[in-house]
Design a protein around this ligand. Sequence first.
Ligand code: SF4
Length: 284
Amino acid sequence: MLVELDEKSGFCFGVIRAIEKAEQLLGSGVALYSLGEIVHNGVEVNRLKAKGLKVINHEELKQLRAATVLIRAHGEPPQTYAQAKQNGITLIDATCPVVLHLQSNISKSYTQNRGAQLVIFGQRGHAEVNGLVGQVAGDAIVLESVDELHLLDFSRPIVLYSQTTKSLEQYELLCSEIKKQLATGLLFEAHDTICRQVSHRKPHLREFAKKHDVIIFVSGRHSSNGKVLYEACREANPLSYMVEDAEDLRSEWFKNCASVGVCGATSTPRWLMKKVADVVAGGW
Ligand code: SF4
């Protein structure tokens, strides 16, 4: 059975940068805390925990004093920086430059368009979205899908941004629905802020998925980009399965199968995909 590991799958530069910073500090003996899991991949988080990384939440941050805390690629709202300052905490800011730019643009837009509704197309409660909403002190409307358009007031101007890992097709659909429903003459500013590290992988993954009988998509189940990219594989090849690690593989998936493609999310380490590919090649 042929097993191909997708060359283009694996960490995006934002995640690589955050993990490199963490490993560098852990390697030099710093007691390092990460505010939230550094990447939405439990297996990679466990690898870093074994090197000494401690994962804390916002409640635990409030209790912490004079420690070193890493802000992951998703970014944080301004309150986190204020809390850290108050507690004498040294922050290692690994916010992805793409997210930093988006945060700053949201903040500027808000000041420039005071009467408009600031809308963020994203997953409610997701760390990146919390960081974006925090730029405008919570005065933003989060839409998870076009099904939530009823949350908008179409008699007022709208400024739209997107979480970096949302689907480009869904974003375009949302824009066209807003245009249809918005009262004539009102301002509608749409900022496509979807990261191309995710959206550019979709066409490639569709082609990759079509080439193989079975696709094994390796990803943390809570990874936002993982959901988007897995869906792209499944659309192209219904025999696509998501696994977090090699233990999730099932022998029945590989019956009458001549070729398997192994790929993953921007939050999936290559070493983990390689491990899964090796198990598939050796065991079924
Ligand atoms: S997906 Fe894009 S925005 Fe998000 S961390 Fe990676 S490079 Fe940065």
